[in-house]
Design a protein around this ligand. Structure first.
Ligand code: KDG
Ligand code: MG
Length: 402
């Protein structure tokens, strides 16, 4: 088989998605997600101008060789733009390989290790009562695990509070929205939320929380310790992880399980975190961490240290990423949980997919490949519409981490 053509499809059915489509001389096609929120066209250009010309004529079955060719061959290693582009090619090639075999992708990875993929949904509200109510709505929908984020008294905005309930979307049109942040107010209030949630819903449901990189290591240690009585499934992105050693300080102070990795793009970003057992869940994704080929290596390294997976699954990862992630999740032996932020009906219509939700679990489906396609005619009706993630400042105006 030979790759005969490849192209990038940029579409905005409510939010921007970048998709790579690879075509072959045998009529099989494969899709890969290449969406990098707020920097979409950089990846589109990387693929169109620098990667696609190198793919034409290659054997799409050589998934590993093509991964190595793009990674080593670029000379410039790693980085979110490069690794999202490599991920898109890798995902599309796995899709083609599985379609050629007439099998769902998970069968090529090693087959099913579980019946379904446990997912967590996003409950958020402007205050404690609204957030508590929203958690209840997710539990009614059958979710076994819910991430809870709440507005904080005295702060206009807090991370994770959406404009809608089911389809939370942080990116906005125009220049980046500026938000104000107070660590002090946040640290005082968050334990109250989880105290209330355990009072109302008991200890049956899994509860999760995302600090979204906003704390210093010692503040993260304090929050983890304060949340211990409420037995979180995990505390996510408690502090930035460029300095992997920073997590040692957090670990010294708390037994709240820690999750990190949604912005990582390489196994090297998490090697020390894993080898020093500084985290409990690794959140790298198909789209931002070099595709299934590298995600599998990260998961295998993590398994040596009893660290589980918990892939990022926000709405800015397209249904193509979600489909591929579910095939990975249903196979990976050290699976933990999968994030599942629902896409809008408009997005689901552009990306028809085989995966389904029932009773707190996602199922990848049995369609050959990863089971996600694109309706190109419909996609063309939604042209690219620039949007940015917000930025964050402290109350005195200092730039902070959003
Ligand atoms: O594009 C940024 C989002 O994907 C991110 O803010 C979502 O933190 C996030 C999460 O855990 O889903
Ligand atoms: Mg997060």
């Amino acid at each position: 088989m030979k790759i005969t053509a490849a192209r990038v499809i940029v579409t905005c059915p409510g939010r921007n998605f970048v998709t790579l489509k690879i075509e072959t001389d045998e009529g099989l096609t494969g899709l890969g997600d290449a969406t990098l929120n707020g920097r979409e066209l950089a990846v589109a250009s990387y693929l169109t101008d620098h990667v696609i010309p190198c793919l034409i004529g290659r054997d799409p079955h050589q998934v590993e060789d093509i991964w190595q060719y793009l990674y080593r061959g670029a000379y410039w290693r790693r980085g979110p733009v490069t690794m999202s582009a490599i991920a898109a090619v890798d995902t599309a090639l796995w899709d083609i390989k599985a379609k050629a075999a007439g099998l769902p992708l998970y069968q090529l990875l090693g087959g099913r290790s579980r019946e379904g993929v446990m997912v967590y949904g996003h409950a958020n509200g402007r205050d404690l009562a609204e957030t508590t109510d929203q958690v209840g709505k997710y539990l009614e929908m059958g979710y076994k695990a819910v991430r809870a984020q709440t507005g904080i008294p005295g702060m206009k905005t807090a991370y994770g509070i959406g404009r809608g309930t089911l389809f939370y979307e942080p990116a906005t049109k125009g220049l980046p929205e500026e938000q104000i942040w107070s660590t002090e107010k946040y640290l005082d209030f968050v334990p109250k939320l989880f105290e209330e949630l355990r009072k109302v819903y008991g200890f049956g449901p899994h509860l999760l929380h995302d600090a979204h990189h906003r704390l210093t290591p010692i503040e993260a240690g304090r929050l983890g310790k304060a949340l211990e009585p409420y037995r979180l499934f995990w505390l996510e992105d408690c502090t930035p992880a460029e300095n992997q050693e920073a997590f040692k300080l957090v670990r010294q102070h708390t037994v709240t399980p820690l999750a990190v990795g949604e912005i990582f793009n390489s196994i090297h970003d998490c090697r020390e975190l894993i080898q020093n057992q500084l985290i409990d869940y690794i959140r790298t994704t198909v789209v931002h961490a070099g595709g299934i080929t590298q995600l599998r290596r990260i998961a295998d390294l993590a398994a040596l240290y009893q660290i589980k997976t918990g892939s990022h699954g926000a709405t800015d990862n397209s249904p193509v990423c979600m489909g591929a992630a579910l095939h990975f999740d249903i196979w990976v032996p050290n699976f933990g949980i999968q994030e599942y932020m629902r896409h809008t009906p408009e997005t689901d219509a552009v990306f028809p997919h085989a995966y389904t939700f029932s009773d707190g679990y996602l199922h990848p489906g049995e369609a050959p490949g990863h089971g996600v396609e694109i309706d190109e005619a419909l996609a063309a009706k939604y042209p690219y519409d620039p949007a940015y993630l917000p930025v964050c400042r402290l109350e005195d105006g200092t730039m902070w981490n959003w």
